[in-house]
Design a protein around this ligand. Sequence first.
Ligand code: SAM
Length: 280
Amino acid sequence: MPQIDSLPPLREVISQHGLDARKSLGQNFLLDLNLTSRIARTAGALEDHTILEVGPGPGGLTRALLAAGAGHVVAIEKDSRCLPALAQIAAHYPGRLTVIEGDALKLDPVALIGKTPVKIVANLPYNVGTQLLLNWLTPADWPPFWTSVTLLFQKEVGERIVAQPGSKAYGRLGVLAGWRCTGGMMFDIGPQAFIPPPKVTSTVVQLTPRDAPLPCDLSALAKITAAAFGQRRKMLRASLKTLGVSSEPLIEAAGLDPTARAEEIDIAGFVRLANAFASR
Ligand code: SAM
């Protein structure tokens, strides 16, 4: 195992602070320093950004980010048991780690960090990871407060985020992410790298905001994709009826085939549908 700092090994930190993993907090700790360092490297230059990390836990990824040169890491952790271990890291890297105890779903990152450039890097708790990503993808103003997200997800979720039309994984998450961002899956991490090992493979997803996504009303896009993928086996002319409007004029205005199914419609098609819906 490589050494990246002179802090105690993560296994020791976990046993010293009694950090037995809790399922309710989505805790699967990543202990492999090669992998935490690889995630930090994947995020690119770290010096001139504030790094927002959600769920530092015992601090494996946090340490990799700091050792890789992150100027300032702001880490939000819900589990107060982790705070003493994180305080040790903060003391080792004076002025470079701010730990906030709280629920990342409820905190406003811009209020916490201010207007510096931000990269989000995290091994997200699987139970709230998708919701956190949705929050970061759907601010009213775009571009968002972050310049990239580099996130560890269950692979099945990663596949949905980067899914292309025509694939089984293509759905609401893929449309939203692809509309506003470019990106992809960077590398997989097998279950054995974690404590406890999850049942499934994980994957690192990286997204970068598009400067100018196709103009579209966000709430209309959310409604259209919810209706279309809510009944993904049905033809659009049937699935869009759940919106409570006549579906055929919308589909015609968007230049789409009423007998097509949701997974055949590309992002530009959904944007046209959403715009037709918003301006009806
Ligand atoms: N970053 C550590 C690592 O890679 O080993 C831990 C990752 S573990 C998958 C997820 C972490 O998120 C846990 O430390 C958990 O306590 C924390 N967490 C869970 N829900 C949270 C929430 N709503 N807000 C902030 N942290 C949360």
